[in-house]
Design a protein around this ligand. Structure first.
Ligand SMILES: [Zn+2]
Length: 93
């Protein structure tokens, strides 16, 4: 039998797995530069290294990149616009 706390727990478990690199790798979340909800993916090891160097951050685990063609805008799971001006992942692949 499902009730509200079961659903809340289920949603929280899915949310936690998304942020711990679990089963959910791509997420449909709002992209500030597209102005719409777009699929975002986690960064590769090379991209993480690039972003750490670019921003001086110690950790960039919370970042996602927009998969819309030609966008590659970066955001975190929490903030739709963590950088001002925005940072886009350079095309090198
Ligand atoms: Zn986008």
């Amino acid at each position: 039998m499902h009730c509200w706390w079961f659903n809340s727990f289920y949603r929280l478990a899915g949310w936690l797995s998304a942020f711990s690199g679990g089963v959910v790798r791509d997420q449909k979340i709002y992209c500030y530069t597209c102005g719409t909800d777009e699929m975002h993916r986690r960064l590769t090891a090379d991209e993480k290294a690039w972003l750490k160097n670019r921003t001086g951050r110690k950790t960039v685990e919370e970042f996602f990149m927009c998969k819309a063609p030609g966008c590659r805008n970066l955001r975190t799971g929490f903030q739709k616009r963590p950088f001002d001006p925005v940072i886009r992942m350079p095309l090198d692949d």
